[in-house]
Design a protein around this ligand. Structure first.
Ligand code: ADP
Ligand code: ADP
Ligand code: ZN
Length: 217
């Protein structure tokens, strides 16, 4: 079970769990949001294009993210597995992924969807603080860093993401319901979907994911 997809609304805990599990399994965490934010920070043509969509809480066009993923999965470190975090987010992206994997002679082992209620998502996203350097996520109340305002991993000053303001968060939740939630049926039909409750303690969610993925606790 080394080719996993983490699916779920913004704030569900995908990044937190993907980072930890990827490190444990020795496979890359492939997070399109992180890749896009790097492109934005570097002001590449791709970043400039993506920024407009991201700032408003909309999805970046399918062909753009599928292109990013195609290049990323072709890298040697992704050969023995990966955790896709935040991709696919639309049915056309899922279809693009299937074509890519087919060409590589690979397939998805399991898709894990995180169930978290809307009130909890709002609390998580508005309190989220992230490390601009290494991408680690913290929370003012639920997952506070050891030193106030500093990343546990690399010591950088933590920031609030532009799109974690409440107004943009509401747009992102609506985009999830409209464009990403249809993927649940897509993967259920393919017998790949496992749902876990994303609402417990971080360690409890971690155990539920390992069970769902058929990994030893
Ligand atoms: P979150 O962790 O809150 O779910 P992400 O970091 O995954 O957010 O994504 C931030 C933004 O980046 C999204 O709102 C969207 O604009 C863009 N993005 C990330 N992944 C994708 C994707 N697979 N397809 C389209 N847009 C994406
Ligand atoms: P996603 O990648 O799905 O958008 P994150 O992993 O960034 O979600 O988590 C969103 C916020 O919620 C972060 O501030 C994170 O520290 C916090 N968080 C993650 N998992 C939990 C949990 N099980 N309980 C409480 N807060 C959590
Ligand atoms: Zn850091």
């Amino acid at each position: 079970m080394r080719r996993l997809v983490f699916l779920g609304p913004p704030g569900a805990g995908k990044g937190t769990q993907a980072r930890a599990l990827a490190a444990e399994l020795g496979v890359p965490q492939v997070a399109t949001g992180d890749m896009l934010r790097e492109a934005v920070a570097a002001k590449t043509p791709l970043g400039l294009l993506a920024k407009r969509y991201m700032d408003s809480g909309a999805l970046v066009p399918d062909e753009v993210v599928i292109g990013l993923i195609a290049a990323r999965l072709a890298e040697p470190d992704a050969r023995s597995g990966f955790i896709l975090d935040g991709f696919p987010r639309t049915v056309p992206q899922a279809e693009g992924l299937e074509r890519l994997l087919k060409d590589l002679g690979q397939s998805i082992d399991r898709v894990i969807v995180f169930d978290v209620g809307e009130g909890e998502l709002l609390r998580r996203l508005t309190g989220r603080r992230v490390c601009p350097k290494c991408g680690a996520a913290f929370h003012l109340v639920f997952a506070s860093p050891k030193a106030d305002g500093r990343c546990d991993q690399c010591g950088s000053a933590l920031i609030q993401r532009e799109d974690d303001r409440e107004e943009t968060v509401r747009t992102r939740l609506a985009v999830y319901a409209r464009e990403t939630a249809p993927l649940l049926d897509h993967y259920r039909d393919r017998h790949l979907l496992s749902a876990v409750s994303g609402e417990g303690e971080i360690q409890a969610v971690r155990r539920a994911i390992r069970r769902a993925a058929g990994l030893p606790a």
